[in-house]
Ligand binder design. Structure first.
Ligand code: NAD
Length: 478
């Protein structure tokens, strides 16, 4: 049983309630976690508020040291964190070891570097005899709400910049995968953050709702579904809370006639099926030049069928389980719907007959733009192939959905690549490569894929307020 972390101490939920977290590889209960209710939310927000002024005034170089220490502790406990992440979320152990854990440590290091470089500017205002400068100040108490697909990394995407900018935080991980965040918060406590600077609430949508609605929260940073993101706009409206939203996606991948097809197949298999497709930037609709569509589909189907499906801790596994029974049913319903609408299921598309939540990747040919499988986010191992005849249609087709998180382009022609990159409305474009996040650059969505940006200097904008300071210098000062 894991507790809540509020004001520097671990305690059970005020209601005494808890919820189980399962191993998606076999459906068994790993452990239970305290389910925070309104009284716990109130206590956590109170603790964060009480700690806010002192933390905002904490010297920047000492803030940096704390963040750096967290990165060191993550590395010192890397194997334990990787095993926990794999067991709780179904992530392949190799992915947890090589991507999630190092990516988390790297995020803390990157933002440790920022602590001493968050600057204002002296601006040449038109008013005579006036000195004007800007300051970047913390927003205050930040509610950080994360999803289940990459729990550890996404927690770091929020915790590291929020703390670097001098905010206090309350983090609420997804109810399906809380364990790596609980362990991360233990390590942060060991690193020596003052009480109340970092608080943890575990729980489900009700906990998230209560946290987002609390009047003592100054900013909500949310990663999750577009549907919940929309509801947070309303939650933030009353108090005009600051809001960053990283939401759903349905990334188009364009495979031009001149693409290196084998490289495109290898890249798109990973782009579509990394973490069993449970990736917001996953390549999820494939526009292929009609001349090459059959070849691409056959190779994708053969490649997908060759991937060994199995538990995350089996080194031979190439595809792990989906996160839950509920999610598996949702993926399967999308697949059945596509068959019903007339798409041609070329391979896969059914549950694997074994305990846990395993699903064979589905490859579809003959998909048209009006089918749900080409429009809706599935967030699973599904590859719908759509043919195109004229490259001029591509921009309109790629931009037709409400999503705009990522897109991918496979071509040998630089003009095609960069013309499309400029015209596709998405937060990240990957040319001849798979989707990757990097602490140093931007992450976020156009349209219904989000508001604001995380990572890089953009995260500093997201977690600071800018203040202008004016001083009248008196006459004759020039
Ligand atoms: P979700 O929206 O169901 O839940 C996300 C988090 O919000 C969880 O912690 C959940 O408990 C909480 N929550 C649920 N309802 C809430 C409410 N009404 N108020 C406050 N909090 C609430 O999303 P999910 O199923 O965990 O994650 C999958 C979704 O996340 C997909 O749509 C995916 O595209 C998106 N995602 C986006 C990014 C990105 O960077 N843009 C990254 C990962 C996942």
């Amino acid at each position: 049983m894991s507790d809540l972390f509020i004001g520097g101490a671990w305690s059970p939920a005020a209601t005494g309630r808890s919820f189980p977290t399962l191993n998606p590889a076999d459906g068994t209960v790993i452990t239970t976690c305290a389910e925070a209710g309104p009284a716990d939310v109130d206590r956590a927000v109170g603790a964060a508020r009480e700690a806010a002024d002192a933390w905002a005034a904490h010297p920047e170089h000492l803030r940096a040291r704390l963040l750096w220490r967290v990165a060191d502790l993550i590395e010192a406990n890397a194997e334990e964190l990787a095993e926990l992440e794999s067991r709780d979320s179904g992530q392949l152990l190799g992915v947890a070891r090589e991507v999630s854990v190092p990516g988390t440590a790297e995020h803390f290091r990157y933002f440790a570097g920022w602590c001493t470089k968050i600057q204002g500017a002296v601006l040449p205002v038109a008013f005579p005899d006036t000195l004007h400068y800007t300051r970047r100040e913390p927003v205050g108490v930040c509610a950080l709400i994360t999803p289940w697909n990459f729990p550890l990394m996404i927690a770091a995407w929020k915790l590291a910049p929020a703390l670097a900018c001098g905010n206090t935080v309350i983090i609420k991980p997804a109810e399906q995968t809380p364990l790596s965040t609980v362990r991360l918060v233990e390590l942060m406590s060991e690193a020596g953050f003052p009480p109340g600077v970092v608080n943890l609430l575990t729980g489900g949508p009700g906990t998230g709702r209560a946290l987002a609605a609390h009047p003592g929260v100054d900013k909500i940073s949310f990663t999750g579904s577009t549907e919940v993101g929309r509801s947070l706009v309303s939650a933030a409206a009353g108090g005009l809370k600051r809001l960053t939203l990283e939401l759903g996606g349905k990334a188009p991948s364009i495979i031009a006639a001149d693409a290196d097809l084998d490289a495109a197949v290898a890249g798109n298999l990973t782009g579509a099926l990394f973490h069993s497709g449970q990736v917001c930037a996953a390549y999820a609709r494939f526009y292929v030049d009609r001349e090459r569509a059959d070849e691409f589909t056959e190779k994708m189907a053969a490649g997908a069928a060759a991937l060994r499906i199995g538990p995350g801790d089996d080194p031979a596994s190439r595809l792990g389980p989906l996160v839950s029974e509920e999610h598996l049913r949702s993926v399967d319903a999308h697949v059945r719907g596509a068959v019903y609408e007339g798409a041609d299921l070329v391979g896969g598309g059914r549950r694997v007959d074994r305990p846990g939540f395993f699903y064979e990747p589905a490859v579809f040919a003959g998909v048209t733009d009006d089918m749900a499988i080409a429009r809706e986010e599935v967030f699973g191992p599904v590859i719908p192939v759509l043919a195109y005849d004229d490259p001029d249609e591509l921009v309109a087709r790629a931009n037709a959905l409400e999503y705009g998180l990522a897109a991918s382009i496979w071509t040998r022609d630089l003009s095609t690549a960069h013309r499309l990159a400029a015209r596709i409305r998405a937060g990240a474009i990957f040319i001849n490569m798979i989707h990757v996040p990097d602490a140093a650059t931007t992450w976020g969505g156009y349209k219904a894929s989000g508001w604001g940006r995380e990572m890089g200097p953009y995260a500093i904008d997201a977690y600071t307020e800018v203040k202008g300071v004016w001083t009248h210098l008196g006459p004759g000062s020039r």
